[in-house]
Design a protein around this ligand. Sequence first.
Ligand code: ATP
Ligand code: MG
Length: 557
Amino acid sequence: MKDDIVTKEHETNFIHDFIDEDISAGRYPDRPIYTRFPPEPNGYLHIGHAKAICLNFTTAEKYGGKCNLRFDDTNPAREDTEYVEAIEKDVRWLGFKWDELRFASDYFDEMYECAVRLIRAGKAYVDDQSAEEIRRARGTLTEPGRESPFRSRGKEENLLLFEEMKQGIYADGDKVLRAKIDMASPNMNLRDPVIYRISSGEHHSSGDAWRIYPMYDFAHPIEDAIEGVTHSLCTMEFEDHRPLYDWVLESLEWPFAPRQIEFARLNLTRTVMSKRYLKELVDDGFVDGWDDPRMPTLAGLKRRGYTPSAIREFCERIGVAKANSIVEMEYLEYFVREDLKAKVESRNVVFDPIKVVITNWPEDGGGELEDAEMENNREVPELGARTVPFGRELWIDGADFMENPSKKYFRLYPGNEVRFKGAYFITCGEVVKDADGRVAELRCTYDPATKSGTAFESRKVKGTIHWVEASTAVKITVREYGYLMRENEEGENERDPDSVREYRCVAEPSLANARPGERFQFFRHGYYIADEKLTDPDSGGDKVFNRTVGLKSSWKG
Ligand code: ATP
Ligand code: MG
């Protein structure tokens, strides 16, 4: 059902309808359709940004146009070079190539000139009021604002004061430059918005060259116009700012005006999508960095095993709309599962291992079946097969044995026979326990007539389980992830402290050679990736695997 709704949205993209209109109207006759992705380098990109990235780059692609990556680095206090590098890497990882890499801070001179032009045109003034005074005089939705006592300052005085602001004569907050528009406008954003402020912060790129910084609403249209952007795609919260966007370029008599188009942000259940909040999780040590596999950041999703193609397909299918909505996390998971299904090879890994001893198998080895053949991917024969050692002592999953089985339990229990995948039918005999009463070993027998690949149609068994041969098994550590956020009793979102679980597992020998970043299906368990960074010091340097996603979808398609 939901899948249907989403698919329809993806078929009609209202942004492309607007662009088609602009092309038919000949609005941008002499330039390509040009978009940009403009992150502020104050954190790592998250899956919400992926939606904006995909939209900007694929729109440019569709129209044979161009798309820039532009860092919107006009706020010295929050920005950092670490983030610049991480963002470039993430956009590339998603598979997009920008036409030009730009920094808003490269335009500081030009923006300053633009502000001077506004002052000369009588469209901007220096205000000495404090931020608090300005806020109080702004009025409300039902009451007009009050004009500043400094609104009627002469041009020459404004030019001088603005120059002094630039020279660093005043302290942060002493003065601001405001656009002179309309204190009675029904749109609060047009009530003489602040367009430049003083900040003594160190800028990540320009250092202390500037003591004044442009505000977003003034800077953004100029950045777009300088780069020749035709369609400036942004999220809905900027809809009410569009008249100001247009006012800035009109007032500067810019010969060409980009068109701002807004779309709804992506929100996902069970996580948070705000860099500020994600930074808190990192700073508090709740997660292990921006690339913690639980994070909705692209770096986190990558480390968790998500593929760029799954994320792109997800972004495409959720579509673009004007109405805000929350997409279920299961929908994102569906796409990575679909993508991995036909790509990755299967491996046998046993969780919570129980030892099985096949008592009628020759003790000195040399049994009939030394190696079992296993298909690498049941659905994709081209991925071939591998052999895994078989033998007298094996490990099976704790969940595949029950001493007192419930009614519908078809796996191993005393007296029951099951198929050991790729090997034989095996019957469970005696259950040996340790001093604490825990199951230490299952003494079983195999039936030589049931060797895998031979005809043994006469008898059927209901359960098939997987196994790992004990003498060649390798130990691995597996991390499974829940969700970052859960709902508490009051229905509020809160951090889920139980969002990661660690298991010591045993695996078939080939996993000892898994390369960091290599993905597998752990047979009957899910999709996993060898962690890029970790080996487990607590267990003598075992390889660590992250669960990307389970095998089954709880998504109701
Ligand atoms: P955050 O609140 O997470 O810090 P932001 O909007 O402040 O996000 P920017 O770096 O300014 O982050 O965002 C760059 C671009 O990505 C903007 O065009 C913004 O509209 C878009 N974007 C950010 N979050 C989302 C989201 N959840 N869904 C779609 N687009 C988004
Ligand atoms: Mg922002």
